[in-house]
Design a protein around this ligand. Structure first.
Ligand code: TYD
Length: 226
């Protein structure tokens, strides 16, 4: 595991072996809109960098060609079918995996990704597609080591978008569909999922995220950030 300049005191794992050739780890943040994912990603990124780890923080939809086309749908979702919408998210992810996620993992970085394929399974699942089929179509995408699913109610999500952010909910952020999305997120059962109660205070949530992350790094490399 390559370290940044701050990783001076932990070049070896607890078995005394150099840890330079291992794949990095992929930690993804999922949940309906307004759950606090980006705040927690920033906090975790800062914590890891201070511990000397090399981190790549990224997001979907990306800023690339397909990500831009997806953003064009925020106020025009009715212009595409659920199938077409799903294809856009898959194309965006393929590009993201090839250009960003896989290279970062190959160089041993900790990749923090704001939304990943469980978002496609939940949102495009709520739009009428089969969530299981969507997960299977994402086999090109490396499996996360940890997927945090942040849980708040759909009503709270809308409240945070309108009151805290002062925004108008877009076409992906309508109450009835968010209820469906939330239900699907709560139904997923995969070994790497950790559920986080997003109604807790930021510090409480952060503690839980750090706990799971440190445990993962410890299991993987025999040494976690201190
Ligand atoms: P969001 O995280 O809000 O991105 P940004 O803040 O950069 O605009 O994601 C945009 C919307 O896209 C959000 O409502 C969830 C939805 N989405 C899907 O429907 N499917 C997907 O696969 C992903 C990644 C996002």
């Amino acid at each position: 595991m390559p370290r940044g300049a701050g990783g001076h005191n932990r070049p070896l794992n607890n078995k005394g072996l150099m840890v330079t050739k291992e794949r990095g780890v992929l930690i993804v943040f999922e949940g309906i809109d307004g759950t606090g994912k980006s705040t927690q990603i920033s906090l975790l990124e800062k914590f890891l960098r201070q511990g000397g780890w090399q981190v790549s923080a990224t997001r979907e939809p990306t800023a690339g060609y397909f990500g831009q086309r997806i953003r064009d749908l925020y106020r025009n979702r009715h212009n595409v079918t659920p199938e077409e919408e799903c294809e856009l998210f898959l194309s965006d992810r393929r590009e993201h995996v090839d250009k960003c996620i896989n290279p970062a993992l190959a160089s041993g970085k900790i990749v923090l990704c704001d939304r990943y394929f469980l978002s496609t399974a939940a949102y495009q699942g709520a739009a009428g597609l089969d969530p299981q089929m969507i997960i299977e179509r994402n086999q090109f995408a490396p499996e996360p080591d940890l997927a945090f699913i942040f849980e708040i109610s759909a009503e709270e999500s809308i409240r945070r978008i309108t009151h805290s952010r002062g925004e108008q909910p877009n076409d992906f952020e309508q109450l009835d569909s968010l209820k469906e999305v939330d239900k699907l997120f709560r139904s997923f059962n995969l070994p790497y999922i950790r559920r986080i109660d997003g109604t807790q205070a930021i510090e409480q949530v952060s503690k839980q995220i750090l706990f799971h992350t440190v445990r993962l790094l410890d299991e993987r490399y025999g040494t976690g950030p201190q």
